[in-house]
Design a protein around this ligand. Structure first.
Ligand code: ARG
Length: 596
């Protein structure tokens, strides 16, 4: 049982004994003792002075005396400062707490059962005309971490993705490939499929702009030139054919999308993310049309003279929103309604979370209202997990011009950098194979990237600084990974030690106690991260824990400690820190190496 629970229980009894009153549990307020006072846990006594009819200090004094009497093995001594009763928890109790943490591989995690709420988390959601970029990296890392955090908070989680696989953008790539591709395939050129398609998208854009330029030179107005350029007209014709199910266009579309998916899969694998269920816009957009028609019949939406369908949200303080164009074609919102319909058919969703950049805040505000109107029970409370832009120090990411920070390039660079930086250290490891060295570099390089991005509050815009991220000192992934590897090395050197039970009479130092207290705080950090949808909470928890462990490691010996009991205690303490670090980093999707 947790220390706090033991104390709460005892305080309730004591208050009844002393003042003859039963009080609700929430009246027992416990906090961490402020550093300037002795003790670790503080009871706020003020609420009880109403019943004691005594001064706060006196009330604290008499509750303290009884507490020591009732829980001698938990509370070793106390001091009263005004209405605050500072409790010193016994070494014996702390050792018990450590043992509980050490023996529970799932410490801090709430159990998930078939009755747990079902949370669906959508993340990644790329378009099939270009490879993933740095923005997607942030999205994927956040989505994955959020899924882990929600699971650790006792939810059933379904990770999902909506791939925008249809539309004018993919027709542009297809057309360019037909015109200038000479039958190039990922096999023939050795290029990753998503990059191959992305290159044709860029090629389209280049030729298209050239056409526009020429038309403008011939005296056409720029806006008109953009509409009239032969290439864009051809792309639009292709889209119409696609909608009409033209076999040739569909076959090409299918082939090229398969290339893209194979490419995406490689990137997802490198990032360590996956999905339980993937939706494709080509399969959901028609569903959306149906749903809109339904809403039209029920009078939620209205049709204009030109045939287009709109939702009037002015009474909600928003504007009017187009749902179907006059030619009956759907828009982005229509697709999202259709996807929601399918998802709700497939899963009994209690909570829906969309991980999408903050440039779409308005879209999701509107979507929530529309889904609610259309009768989705989770529509009103859907969560748009909205995150900010990520840039490299040398400039803003651009998404149309082909000068984006490519996800695959970034991943490769991080692993390469890790390999070079750790070359010295790795070489010092005995008998390390080339393969192992490369695996460590992968873990460290990815750890650097992931941690640097995830430690930041998701809502904020950020700069990703590769150099800083991979520094072995400071608030970085590799710093935490290095401490983990150090702990594993201590445990290897310790060999076989019996840690099944510890003697309870070992005297602990303040540092050791505070480390156990910090370990215990993992549970609260996981809860907080879940409540606030905030993985950065876990990152910062891990950093603080590791810092504290390093101070301990600096001040105390572990294996060289002569006192056998102390040595065993410190080995267990190290092992427990290692385990919590591993689990915490695991929530962020970050692996930790056995050695480094
Ligand atoms: N594919 C879209 C884009 O790249 C993002 C989709 C976000 N998810 C959604 N359900 N609308 O902008």
């Amino acid at each position: 049982m947790k220390i706090e629970n033991k104390i709460t229980e005892a305080v309730l009894t004591i208050v009844e004994e002393l003042y003859g009153q039963q009080v609700p549990e929430k009246m027992v307020q416990l906090q961490e003792t402020r550093p300037e006072f002795e003790g670790q846990i503080t009871l706020v006594v003020f609420p009880f002075t109403k019943m004691s009819h005594k001064a706060p200090e006196q009330t604290a004094q008499e509750i303290g005396e009884r507490l020591v009497g009732k829980l001698p093995e938990v509370v070793s001594k106390f001091n009263a400062v005004k209405g605050f009763l500072n409790l010193s928890i016994s070494s014996q109790q702390w050792i018990g707490t450590l043992q509980e943490i050490y023996q529970n591989p799932n410490f801090g995690f709430a159990p998930v059962t078939d009755e747990s709420p079902l949370v669906m988390i959508e993340y990644s959601s790329p378009n099939t005309n270009k490879p993933l970029h740095l923005g997607h990296v942030r999205n994927n890392l956040l989505g994955w971490a959020l899924a882990k955090v929600m699971e650790a908070n006792g939810n059933r989680v379904v990770k999902t993705n909506i791939v925008n696989d249809r539309g004018i953008h993919i027709c542009k790539s297809m057309l360019a490939w037909l015109k200038w591709g000479n039958g190039e395939t990922p096999e023939s050129s050795g290029k990753k499929g998503d990059h191959l398609i992305g290159d044709y998208y860029v090629a389209f854009d280049k030729h298209y702009r050239e056409e526009v330029k020429q038309l403008v030179a011939q005296g056409m107005d720029e806006e008109q030139a953009k509409q009239e350029a032969p290439l864009i007209k051809e792309a639009h014709e292709m889209l119409v054919k696609w909608e009409q199910n033209d076999p040739e266009v569909r076959a090409l579309w299918k082939k090229m999308n398969e290339w893209v998916y194979a490419g995406f899969d490689e990137t997802y694998k490198a990032l360590g993310v996956s999905f339980d269920k993937i939706y494709y816009e080509s399969e959901t957009y028609l569903e959306g049309k149906e749903k809109v028609e339904e809403g039209l019949q029920k009078g939620f939406f209205y049709r204009r003279d030109d045939g287009s369908v709109w939702a009037d949200l002015t009474s909600e303080g928003l504007d009017e929103k187009l749902l179907l164009r006059s030619d009956g074609t759907s828009v982005y919102m229509t697709q999202d309604i259709g996807t929601a319909k399918l998802r709700f058919q497939d899963f009994p969703i209690d909570k829906m979370i969309y991980v999408v950049g903050n440039e779409q805040n308005y879209h999701f505000q509107v979507l929530s209202i529309l889904l609610d109107k259309l009768g989705f029970k989770w529509g009103k409370d859907l969560v748009h997990f909205s995150y900010g832009m990520v840039e490299l120090p040398n400039g803003k990411m651009k998404s149309r011009e082909g000068t984006v920070v490519d996800a695959d390039d970034l991943i490769a660079t991080m692993i390469q950098d890790a390999r070079e930086l750790s070359a010295d250290k790795v070489n010092k490891l005995d008998d390390i194979t080339e393969e192992e060295a490369q695996e460590i570099a992968r873990i460290v390089g990815m750890g650097a990237l992931k941690y640097f991005i995830l430690k930041v509050d998701a809502r904020k815009n950020m700069l990703f600084n590769p150099e800083e991220s991979i520094d072995f000192n400071g608030n970085t992934g590799p710093f935490i990974q290095y401490t983990y590897a150090r702990i594993r090395s201590i445990l290897r050197k310790a060999g076989k030690v019996d840690l099944s039970a510890l003697a309870k009479d070992t005297d602990l130092s303040d540092k050791e106690i505070s480390l156990i207290q910090h370990l215990q705080g993992f549970e609260a950090a996981v809860k907080q991260a879940g409540q606030d949808y905030n993985p950065s909470c876990i990152a910062n928890y891990c950093y603080e824990l590791v810092k504290e462990y390093n101070q301990f490691y600096h001040d105390f010996s572990v294996l060289k400690e002569d006192d056998e009991e102390k040595r065993r205690f410190r080995i267990m303490l190290s092992a427990a820190v290692g385990q919590v670090v591993k689990n915490g980093m695991g929530l962020l999707g970050i692996e930790v190496p056995e050695r480094m």
